[in-house]
Write a protein that binds this ligand. Sequence first.
Ligand SMILES: *[C@@H]1O[C@H](CO)[C@@H](O)[C@H](O)[C@H]1NC(C)=O
Ligand SMILES: *[C@@H]1O[C@H](CO)[C@@H](O)[C@H](O)[C@H]1NC(C)=O
Ligand SMILES: *[C@@H]1O[C@H](CO)[C@@H](O)[C@H](O)[C@H]1NC(C)=O
Ligand SMILES: *[C@@H]1O[C@H](CO)[C@@H](O)[C@H](O)[C@H]1NC(C)=O
Ligand SMILES: *[C@@H]1O[C@H](CO)[C@@H](O)[C@H](O)[C@H]1NC(C)=O
Ligand SMILES: *[C@@H]1O[C@H](CO)[C@@H](O)[C@H](O)[C@H]1NC(C)=O
Ligand SMILES: *[C@@H]1O[C@H](CO)[C@@H](O)[C@H](O)[C@H]1NC(C)=O
Ligand SMILES: *[C@@H]1O[C@H](CO)[C@@H](O)[C@H](O)[C@H]1NC(C)=O
Ligand SMILES: *[C@@H]1O[C@H](CO)[C@@H](O)[C@H](O)[C@H]1NC(C)=O
Length: 469
Amino acid sequence: MELCSKFRSAQVIASVLSLLIWEILSLQAGAGGQISYSAIECRKHTALLTDFGGVGDGKTSNTKAFNSAIANLSQFASDGGAQLIVPPGKWLTGSFNLTSHFTLYIHQGAVLLASQDESEWPHLAVLPSYGRGRDAPGGRFSSLIFGTNLTDVVITGGNGTIDGQGEIWWQKFRGEKLNDTRPYLIEIMYSKNIQISNITLLNSPSWNVHPIYSSDILVQGLTILAPIDSPNTDGINPDSCTNTRIEDCYIVSGDDCIAVKSGWDQYGTKFGMPTQHLVIRRLTCISPDSATIALGSEMSGGIRDVRAEDITAIDTQSGVRIKTAVGRGGYVKDIFVRRMIMKTMKYVFWMTGSYGSHPDPGYDPKALPEITGINYRDMVAENVTYSARLEGIQNHPFTGICISNVTIGLTEKPKKLQWNCTDVQGVTSRVMPPACDLLPEKKKQTDCFFPEDKLPIDNVQLKTCYVRH
Ligand SMILES: *[C@@H]1O[C@H](CO)[C@@H](O)[C@H](O)[C@H]1NC(C)=O
Ligand SMILES: *[C@@H]1O[C@H](CO)[C@@H](O)[C@H](O)[C@H]1NC(C)=O
Ligand SMILES: *[C@@H]1O[C@H](CO)[C@@H](O)[C@H](O)[C@H]1NC(C)=O
Ligand SMILES: *[C@@H]1O[C@H](CO)[C@@H](O)[C@H](O)[C@H]1NC(C)=O
Ligand SMILES: *[C@@H]1O[C@H](CO)[C@@H](O)[C@H](O)[C@H]1NC(C)=O
Ligand SMILES: *[C@@H]1O[C@H](CO)[C@@H](O)[C@H](O)[C@H]1NC(C)=O
Ligand SMILES: *[C@@H]1O[C@H](CO)[C@@H](O)[C@H](O)[C@H]1NC(C)=O
Ligand SMILES: *[C@@H]1O[C@H](CO)[C@@H](O)[C@H](O)[C@H]1NC(C)=O
Ligand SMILES: *[C@@H]1O[C@H](CO)[C@@H](O)[C@H](O)[C@H]1NC(C)=O
């Protein structure tokens, strides 16, 4: 009996082992094997882009192939969902739309090349919370990968690439040759349960990843690269979204690495949808003319409960930056940031209450933004030009600012006025160099608050899914 059961468990162990070895081998095998990935849902049905006439030669347009593949696979939404595999190759494509209960898997050797032919980019109406296009008062080009009114969508890969080929758009923008707002690489609207992970985004025409009016969004393992002088190539822009988790991203760009938004002036106020319950972890940012994390400037629907930790910024203009203006209305409150490392920064802390740019003259000049409950702690910075530039709104100060345990090393030729504060209120504790009089040092040593509870988006469990190819 005993022998028998011992023998049986040995057998079980052996078969588990061989299964493991087989999986490891097939993971490394590439073509002919099986690849695993992590996702919020796995899919019952699988298709390759080539099943729908896709050609990966870098020259043939695959817009039709993507659209017919996704139209076809959308019929499986209520039957276990479907995954579309983009195999190794160069796949030129214009804009296409996603569907629900769907995974787009971009293979390690696959590159989606964004078409430079404007006729491949449909026009969309302006966003209701903006009232106009961001670049120009006209409409906007659809994003390369667009989804609206969806649930349960995954865009992932083994670090496959989406190349926006943005140069031509940057030139047109600089030459004021566009009547419509440039496309983004990925935009998801009015949707929930979204995952965007383990892909590389290159040279977007404008913003890279724009979830808007959506909830339950997981963004993991993105590499986002654009020239540091490219216009408006923001990394990730959560906009009027609830429950978003952004982790393990590496971003080099010409604009803010992460820009948190919620609509623009009177349009954002009327739409009234905040960005809230946002987690940002383990972000590395390089952006010499912009912020690591910007809050605003479009924040008229409100921004609250943002938790950022373990952030690295190198050669970046500022750390966390609050951008707002009279006319915005809305609020930025309950912001928590801890454990930031910064190297070669113009500003560590920057808040601006006079950030211009209004959608049109119809904004309400009496709409004052509330900026309160801003908590920064446990930061080290070196080679800094200005420790802080904190500019609130006259007769309407930014309040509840708390900064603790921050050590700032200065450049060889630092500015004399290291903490330039106007119209702000708050406290500091163990901050070097010492802060301004408006942020007095607390007598009793204080740590600024950082919430320790988990948000619902922290409890999302990923499943192991497979791609056979
Ligand atoms: C992304 O890739 C990393 C490294 O290969 C892996 O550990 C992680 O599980 C992946 N995440 C997702 C969401 O696919
Ligand atoms: C689309 O789906 C149907 C099943 O409804 C299938 O028979 C057909 O072959 C699919 N089209 C392509 C091009 O794979
Ligand atoms: C994608 O969706 C948008 C918005 O619903 C729509 O205007 C556009 O025509 C769709 N594109 C395709 C190819 O179906
Ligand atoms: C998408 O959802 C929004 C908000 O619920 C709604 O106003 C809009 O009509 C929906 N669009 C489509 C195409 O279903
Ligand atoms: C993904 O690809 C980019 C660009 O080639 C590279 O810089 C990055 O290190 C890669 N990431 C991973 C996790 O392999
Ligand atoms: C932009 O609009 C102007 C004035 O309506 C028009 O002359 C021009 O051709 C348009 N440009 C493009 C690229 O559509
Ligand atoms: C102060 O911040 C540094 C850098 O993040 C950290 O290593 C240290 O533990 C913090 N000290 C306290 C008392 O929290
Ligand atoms: C320090 O910052 C200055 C810009 O203020 C830069 O030119 C210099 O290279 C940086 N030094 C180091 C060691 O990174
Ligand atoms: C201090 O900040 C104010 C408002 O942002 C600005 O106008 C002023 O030039 C700054 N002063 C110095 C010495 O940097």
